[in-house]
Design a protein around this ligand. Structure first.
Ligand SMILES: [Zn+2]
Length: 166
């Protein structure tokens, strides 16, 4: 991840040093501290009739692979709202959140630290249609799903399958 070079508040060059127990960038002029936090994302395990809604990713990372609909949580929305919004944007489908499957941490080359919040969503009736960042969309039998590309997605799917469909 790129680091700031100048203070976003007063434009002085930033320095590195111990601040609150950890090496952080700070501003020697106004004492601004550049706290760095993981990015929160949501992931939809959207199911109906033992089938999971997968999308073909239209953007990097892992462009072209079939995986779960996901996206970043925006300011002002809850993780649940974000998950249902992303589902709608990428697949044109609605659903109801049934349960939180888990919260996973991963370190990614593109976005740094990511927290993935994975929900089990029961799909409402509808016709899936690829949109937004998705190049394709398909309902796939749970038994046929093998690799979802991202480690945290695979972990979540494994927990989900064990809990509800074993
Ligand atoms: Zn400053």
């Amino acid at each position: 991840m790129d680091k700031y070079r100048y203070c976003p508040l007063c434009a002085s060059p930033l320095m590195w040093g111990m601040r609150y127990g950890r090496r952080r960038q700070y501003c020697p002029s106004c004492q601004f501290i550049n706290y760095e936090n993981p990015l929160p994302t949501t992931v939809a395990l959207a199911e109906t009739n033992r089938q999971i809604l997968l999308i073909k990713r239209g953007i990097e990372p892992l462009k072209g692979i079939w995986t779960l609909p996901s996206g970043f949580v925006e300011t002002g929305e809850t993780p649940e709202q974000a998950c249902l919004r992303e589902l709608k944007e990428e697949t044109n489908m609605d659903g109801v959140i049934k349960e939180l499957i888990g919260v996973f941490h991963s370190l990614t080359p593109m976005y740094g630290d990511i927290i993935s919040i994975v929900y089990y969503i029961k799909l409402s009736p509808g016709i899936p249609k690829a949109g937004d960042d998705a190049e394709g969309v398909a309902l796939v039998n749970i038994e046929e799903i093998d690799d979802l590309g991202f480690k945290s997605f695979n972990q979540a799917f494994s927990i989900f399958k064990q809990k509800y469909f074993s």
